[in-house]
Design a protein around this ligand. Structure first.
Ligand SMILES: *[C@@H]1O[C@H](CO)[C@@H](O)[C@H](O)[C@H]1NC(C)=O
Ligand SMILES: *[C@@H]1O[C@H](CO)[C@@H](O)[C@H](O)[C@H]1NC(C)=O
Ligand SMILES: [Zn+2]
Ligand SMILES: [Zn+2]
Length: 194
């Protein structure tokens, strides 16, 4: 499940399948295609400059991230956003956070700032984000908690960046994702990575 690491505004990522689909692809061929998709996804979701060590970015200094073992390779601590070099696309996210947080720098984790505790992580805010998305997209809400989680992911982007662009996605900090998943859990979650 990708729901916790992606923000999909209008859910439309079309991957080209480079072979005719009139017969089943061989295992190797299917694997090669999957590999290509994974690489593209990795690049698309890259947060830090290539010179940055991913383990350094994942190292938690905010005290709110889940354990490293339960995360994926590219996951990162919120503190890394403010101390390491970012790819261009992520800079507005960092700057937006700095601008919108009430007391930037006075908490170890962004999630402890009133922007999060009094707004982004509240039921009324994510509910409003969820129903607005449902109205605009025509997607009916069938799983309330899931719609709230997506609502929270969209809301943090809307609040910090504004318009992200059709189909554009951004990887969110692990502590925030964990906070959202703890607040509005899925019946199917057994750990951070599932
Ligand atoms: C949805 O989230 C609430 C807490 O906000 C929780 O009590 C409930 O069990 C969750 N629903 C599911 C299906 O996990
Ligand atoms: C849990 O997973 C099953 C099977 O993958 C799915 O049908 C069901 O909707 C999921 N439930 C929730 C609450 O996500
Ligand atoms: Zn952290
Ligand atoms: Zn944090």
């Amino acid at each position: 499940s990708f729901d916790w690491l992606l923000v999909l505004f209008l859910v439309n990522v079309n991957y080209c399948i480079p072979f005719e689909m009139d017969e089943l692809p061989s295992y190797q061929m299917a694997n090669a295609v999957l590999d290509g998709i994974r690489k593209r996804e990795e690049k698309e979701l890259q947060v830090f400059d290539s010179s940055v060590d991913l383990e350094e970015a994942a190292h938690c200094r905010c005290e709110c991230c889940p354990s490293r073992e339960s995360q994926e390779e590219g996951d990162y601590c919120c503190s890394s956003l403010f101390s390491l070099d970012l790819v261009k696309k992520v800079i507005p996210f960092r700057d937006g956070l700095i601008t919108e947080m009430t007391s930037f720098g006075s908490h170890s984790c962004i999630c402890k700032d009133p922007l999060f505790s009094d707004y982004l992580l509240t039921e009324s805010a994510v509910r409003s984000a969820a129903v607005t998305y449902s109205m605009l997209s025509g997607e009916e809400i069938t799983d309330k908690n899931k719609s709230y989680r997506y609502g929270a992911y969209r809301l943090i982007i809307a609040t910090t960046i504004g318009h992200l662009g059709k189909g554009a996605r951004i990887r969110l900090p692990s502590c925030f994702v964990q906070a959202v998943r703890q607040r509005w859990p899925s019946a199917n979650y057994t750990g951070f990575t599932e």
